[in-house]
Design a protein around this ligand. Structure first.
Ligand SMILES: C[S@@+](CC[C@H](N)C(=O)[O-])C[C@H]1O[C@@H](n2cnc3c(N)ncnc32)[C@H](O)[C@@H]1O
Length: 256
């Protein structure tokens, strides 16, 4: 297979970044190689050694580099129809409080979408929103959204937002809380039990064994009857083996 980075350089990067807490081997290599090479070009590093030396010396550069390696595309109500499936899957008259984990939440559109849906349904919630990237988490905590982000919000929910200069922000929601914290899904899952886990467009970036391990962790972190919500383009063929039933496109229920 053609590689953008020689194995020697790749191994150097893997070892150095492992010491800084980033496991490159968890991710599919070609995409990370493209990001790594484009970061080096953009920042003017002639070779991998100089890049590694610099990120080891400068925490701010490491943070920038770490953030650059991963893709942060997200949106409010991303793949709207799938949020409709999720809304239907959580309508349980017995369950009036939901503990939800949004894993790989990027700059926060996903947990906020979940909160708005729960809020409209009159269901109480506590949402823990995590990402491995501090830069997007800072942005999520600021709760400032561009006009382009705002126009993705369905009209019925726009009344929760207000102008803040050129941006938009969200009014305090009284139905529950969203807390943001750094967490790497390749490490141990957050302590459950959760009523729902939303992890969309994150595990597609991982190698198969890592992806499988994460899905297994999610299965253990969900209560029986809990709901797992994956990305619209993600396949989860081994769902029954991991204790789930498929109840709607991209929605899986932990078997009681
Ligand atoms: C494409 S975005 C998806 C955002 C959102 N879930 C959505 O579907 O709209 C992928 C997110 O996963 C995060 N991510 C990548 N590796 C991660 C890891 N090991 N642990 C937690 N989050 C990770 C990235 O920082 C990024 O914010």
């Amino acid at each position: 297979m053609d590689r953008l980075t020689a194995d020697r350089d790749w191994n150097l990067a893997v070892n150095a970044l492992d010491h800084l807490g980033l496991d490159l081997t968890a991710y599919k290599r070609p995409q990370l190689e493209r990001r790594l090479n484009s970061f080096m070009q953009r920042e003017g590093f002639p070779d991998i050694e100089s890049l590694i030396g610099a990120v080891q010396r400068e925490p701010a550069l490491y943070r920038q580099f770490h953030s650059y390696l991963t893709i942060h595309v997200t949106d409010f109500f991303r793949d709207t129809q799938y949020w409709d499936y999720w809304r239907n899957s959580i309508q349980d008259p017995q369950q009036r409080h939901w503990r939800v984990w949004s894993a790989g939440c990027s700059w926060g559109a996903e947990p906020l979408t979940a909160a708005l849906i729960l809020q409209e349904l009159g269901i109480q919630y506590d949402i823990i929103a995590t990402d491995s990237d501090d830069t997007v988490l800072d942005q999520a905590r600021r709760k400032l959204f561009s006009q382009d982000n705002y126009v993705k919000i369905p009209q019925a929910y726009q009344r929760y937002f207000y102008r803040q200069g050129l941006d938009w922000s969200v009014i305090p929601l009284d139905g529950g809380t969203i807390s943001y914290r750094r967490h790497d899904v390749t490490q141990e899952a957050l302590p459950g039990p959760f009523d729902a886990i939303i992890c969309r467009n994150v595990i597609i970036y991982f190698e198969m064994p890592v992806r499988h391990r994460i899905l297994n962790d999610f299965s253990h972190a969900l209560r029986p009857g809990g709901i797992l919500f994956l990305g619209a383009t993600e396949t989860f063929l081994e769902y029954s083996q991991l204790g789930f039933e498929a109840i709607a496109p991209s929605i899986f229920k932990k078997i009681s």
